[in-house]
Design a protein around this ligand. Structure first.
Ligand SMILES: [Zn+2]
Ligand SMILES: [Zn+2]
Length: 330
């Protein structure tokens, strides 16, 4: 849990920021708050959140009544989670948002496609919202801070819920302010193309496990189970693991570095989040391609980037210097 003293500092900082309506970058916060999203956008978000949840409930019920699930469908779930999860952590986050390393256009396109198939939003919108999070982290203007005003357990629960799911309905998706947050990415035609045809990637993301299960398992039932386990359950897990970084990793865990927010390192989120749970390290050194900076902090995404680097498929890999690490250590 983030120490109370840190949160007190944060709250006084927040009060200060609210009084002059300026975020960490000095950009007026009032102007960054989005308007209420259109009903159609809210409905689309509701579908994206609720359908995978309902699919997971159905899968759990079938698991219980049919005495388990076959290896084909487990493979589609785990394989799909790893491919699209790494698409988010390596592609959307470390490569596109923070430019933690450089790679060939084809590999960039591959990670972009994998990230889009996680169904967490198009690359431009995802990156814009995440850059806004770093700009205002745990201050007014942060799209998903779990730190509400006030204290008490119900306020903590409300904050966690808002950072996990509630913020999705606050309008940041409808008003991502692309020109302000991702002007560099807007200049990439391939990214703009993926953004325009994002829903095609959503369809492909669900069609692939359905088709593989149908072909390998033979039959409509196997295909539908592929859609369930490799599609909906996989999306549900990937969504909530990513969103846990927003909620849990700003409240529960330890802090290795001084940062002007409540970010924490959480081992469970570090492992399930493919390295993203070492979130205090990430807020201290946002452009670092490696988030698990200590030898014992397992960072699956870093291992893949390191492998790409060894195969000369990644270069200009950014890491904090030992001096910078020592200077920010708590
Ligand atoms: Zn954060
Ligand atoms: Zn980040």
């Amino acid at each position: 849990m983030v120490p109370e003293s840190t949160l007190d500092d944060l709250r006084s900082d927040t009060a200060l920021q609210e009084s002059d309506t300026a975020g960490r970058s000095g950009i007026p916060v009032a102007g960054t708050l989005p308007a209420r999203p259109p009903l159609a956008d809210q409905f689309a978000m509701l579908v994206a959140v609720v359908v995978p949840f309902l699919g997971t409930l159905v899968a759990a019920a079938l698991f219980w009544t049919h005495g388990g699930v076959g290896w084909l469908h487990v493979g589609l779930l785990v394989g799909g989670w790893l491919a699209t999860g790494l698409g988010i952590t390596i592609g959307f986050h470390r490569l596109l948002t923070h430019r933690g390393f450089e790679t060939y256009a084809l590999i960039r396109a591959f990670w972009m496609a994998m990230g889009a198939m996680a169904i967490e939003g198009s690359p431009l919108v995802w990156c814009a919202i995440h850059r806004r999070h770093h700009e205002h982290s745990d201050l007014p203007g942060d799209p998903h801070s779990p730190h509400p005003r006030g204290g008490g357990w119900n306020s903590t629960l409300r904050g966690l819920w808002n950072a996990q799911v509630g913020w999705l309905f606050a309008g940041y998706w409808s008003d991502p302010q692309l020109r302000r947050y991702v002007p560099d990415l807007l200049a990439e035609p391939s990214l703009v193309w993926v953004d325009r045809y994002y829903y095609l990637f959503v369809l492909i993301s669900l069609a692939i496990p359905t088709a593989i299960a149908g072909l390998v398992g033979g039959g409509v039932n196997a295909a539908l189970m592929g859609l369930l386990w490799g599609g909906l359950v996989r999306v549900f897990l990937t969504h909530h693991i990513t969103w846990s970084i927003n909620s849990i990793c700003h409240v529960y865990g330890s802090r290795m570095f001084r940062t002007a927010d409540g970010s924490t390192n959480n081992a469970l989120c570090g492992i399930l989040g493919l390295g993203e749970g070492w979130h205090n390290n990430h807020h201290a050194f946002p452009t670092s391609a490696r988030h698990g900076l200590a030898w014992w902090q397992f960072d699956a995404s870093w291992l893949v980037i390191r492998l790409m680097q060894a195969c000369r498929l990644a270069w200009d890999v950014k890491l904090p210097s030992p001096k910078a690490i020592a200077a920010r250590r708590i």
